[in-house]
Design a protein around this ligand. Structure first.
Ligand code: TRP
Length: 330
């Protein structure tokens, strides 16, 4: 990898199954853009999935696969970026163990995400050692590559702060080995769900990245429009309409016309939805094409992950050698 790059990006996602268009616009699109300017490591963090999902592991392997296919179809390029699975690179586990020795319990217990999740996931038994240590494993992920730039959403800021604190403590106790990784806030294009709430898997209001033309059409049909528009020629209020919010993102060239026709009651919601399906299908066409290609060559995904693991190991094994040496356990 060339040294003319601006720095080293590390990011990860838990394999929770198929991604939706909100995930694409909120995160993946940023990753795709970073690939040319940074050395990028993108990791499917299956060990992190175990912190809350250790009881239900039957679908884990397939979820990893689906996530990698979503990434690649979005335009993550395994020639430019290192795409790999966390559990394939044991250096993450070793560094997690070593960092756990120097991480005060109080830092983990006061982590707001931890407290919140304990409440939210009250039905699951997650008062485990592994779950409390989630941010230590995340710090190990990043620091095993000396990652300096971490593209994440706002919800991850407390975790990033902990990663920096752990890096600083290591550097202070032994010698400076790690950079302090900085969050790089995703440029977020906020895509509402079909019902105008936040798009979320648990609300069932999402459009999968893998949606077929038919599934997309059905989803657009379900979108909530201006409730004040009863007849086709009633004047509409695009600012409250989910379909219009989507037009702003997917049909930028036609937004002005759509808006004026809607306000004048000159275009009905059915026709307006049809236009949206059309522009979204255009947007999804290259994504679908790449997915199709991978689905007809499933062995490609295995090769990409195997190559990614080799490239990841080449870097993290060197960092671990430095860590052991700094700690005098080489
Ligand atoms: N905690 C992150 C999330 O839930 C996933 C993650 C694990 C991660 N390790 C990481 C993100 C390292 C960035 C860097 O989204």
């Amino acid at each position: 990898m060339s040294s003319t790059k601006k720095g080293r990006v590390f990011s990860g996602m838990r394999p929770t199954g198929q991604l939706h268009l909100g995930n694409y616009l909120g995160a993946l699109e940023n990753w795709v853009r970073l690939q040319d300017d940074y050395e990028c490591f993108f990791c499917v963090v299956d060990w992190h999935a175990l912190t809350t999902g250790y009881e239900e592991t039957a679908g884990l392997k397939e979820n990893v696969r689906q996530m990698v296919i979503d990434w690649l179809s979005a335009g993550i390029d395994p020639e430019k970026s290192v795409v790999f699975r966390q559990s394939d690179v044991k250096e993450h586990a070793e560094l997690h163990l070593l960092l756990s020795m120097i991480t005060p319990l109080s830092w983990l217990e006061r982590n707001p995400t931890y407290k919140e999740q304990l409440q939210q996931l009250a039905t699951r038994e997650i008062s485990t050692y592994g779950f409390l240590g989630y941010p230590v494993l995340q710090a190990a992920d990043i620091l095993a590559y000396k990652g300096d730039t971490v593209p994440v959403g706002e919800d991850q800021l407390p975790h990033l702060e902990l990663s920096r604190e752990i890096a600083r403590r290591f550097n202070f106790l032994y010698r400076p080995v790690f950079p302090e990784p900085q969050a790089r806030m995703n440029q977020v294009t906020l895509l509402p769900g079909l019902d105008n709430r936040k798009m979320s898997k648990s609300y069932g209001n999402y459009i999968a990245m893998a949606a077929s033309e038919r599934e997309l059409g059905d989803a657009v049909t379900r979108m909530i429009t201006d409730p004040a528009r009863i007849r086709r020629d009633d004047p509409g209020h695009p600012e409250v309409c989910t379909v219009f919010a989507y037009h702003k993102i997917f049909s930028p060239d036609a937004v002005a016309r759509t808006e004026s026709e809607c306000r004048a009651g000159k275009i009905g919601c059915v026709a307006c939805k049809k236009n949206l399906s059309q522009t979204m299908n255009q947007f999804l066409a290259p994504i679908r094409e790449r997915r199709q290609e991978l689905e007809t060559h499933p062995e490609r995904v295995d090769e990409i992950l195997a190559q990614g693991a080799r490239r990841a190991r080449a870097v993290s094994s060197q960092v671990l050698a430095e860590v052991r040496e700094a700690m005098r356990i080489e």
